[in-house]
Design a protein around this ligand. Structure first.
Ligand SMILES: Cc1cc2nc3c(=O)[nH]c(=O)nc-3n(C[C@H](O)[C@H](O)[C@H](O)COP(=O)(O)O)c2cc1C
Length: 218
């Protein structure tokens, strides 16, 4: 054998020996933890957790104001719209699952729906769609006066929501009657939140009157 071939053979044998001496393949090295690797205390984040962690946080809206009105003939809604415009709040209608017809509202006939409900303290008319109070800190809650009280659907609303951390500012319209204790009664029925005394407004209430009222409970 020539000297060149001998050197080549020697090199090949040396390489084969060295690679056998390195031990595990890269795949084996990954699968077997070394004793210095501490066990992970928490499971690795799932893909959805990882995505949530990367997503930019939505800016938390502070002091969100909402106006909710129950209004069958538009008077209370008209006042609510002015409050919404003055406070920059969104206005949401409290819609009954079964709308009130003109006949339902005929208070000259004591057998009609609205009057029968007012004469039934535990009547709780169903609401068509849930109203979210997420992030709300001030809620203007408007309704008409029916037989000296808030309509029973207002009780349905307050009893089905959590007002924790919310200041509820009730207001109402009427043919002339005052708000009475309607705000306090709704607060008792809610059992959470801070309900202020209700204020009665006429349909033609001015912006300046509403603004001083808004400023008075800020
Ligand atoms: C069944 C019923 C009972 C009412 N009871 C009273 C009342 O006790 N005192 C009063 O001043 N107005 C009373 N009203 C008149 C409403 O309060 C008034 O028209 C109100 O502004 C209507 O508001 P809306 O248009 O937002 O529904 C009554 C109306 C209805 C339909």
């Amino acid at each position: 054998m020539k000297i060149k071939n001998l050197i080549a053979l020697f090199l090949i044998l040396s390489l084969a020996f060295l690679s056998a001496g390195c031990g595990s393949t890269p795949a084996q090295a990954q699968a077997t933890p070394t004793p210095t690797q501490a066990p992970t205390a928490t499971p690795a984040a799932s893909p959805t957790q990882a995505a949530a962690a990367e997503a930019p946080a939505e800016p938390a809206q502070e002091n969100k104001i909402l106006v909710v009105v129950f209004s069958c003939t538009g008077t209370t809604k008209g006042v609510g719209e002015k409050i919404a415009a003055l406070t920059g709040a969104e206005l949401v209608d409290l819609v009954p699952a079964q709308p009130y017809t003109a006949e339902d509202l005929n208070y000259n006939d004591r057998s009609t729906r609205a009057t029968v409900e007012q004469n039934t303290p535990d009547a709780r008319p169903e609401i068509a769609e849930d109203i979210s109070l997420n992030g709300v800190t001030t809620l203007y809650l408007g309704y008409p006066i029916w037989w000296g009280q808030a309509p029973r659907i207002m009780s349905s609303f307050v009893e089905s929501h959590d007002f924790t951390g919310i200041t509820v500012v009730p207001f109402c319209t009427s043919g002339g009657s005052g708000a009475g204790r309607t705000g306090e009664t709704l607060g008792e029925q809610a059992g959470t939140g801070t309900f202020l005394t209700s204020t009665r407004f006429s349909s033609g209430v001015s912006d300046s009157e509403l603004q001083s009222w808004i400023d008075s409970h800020k």
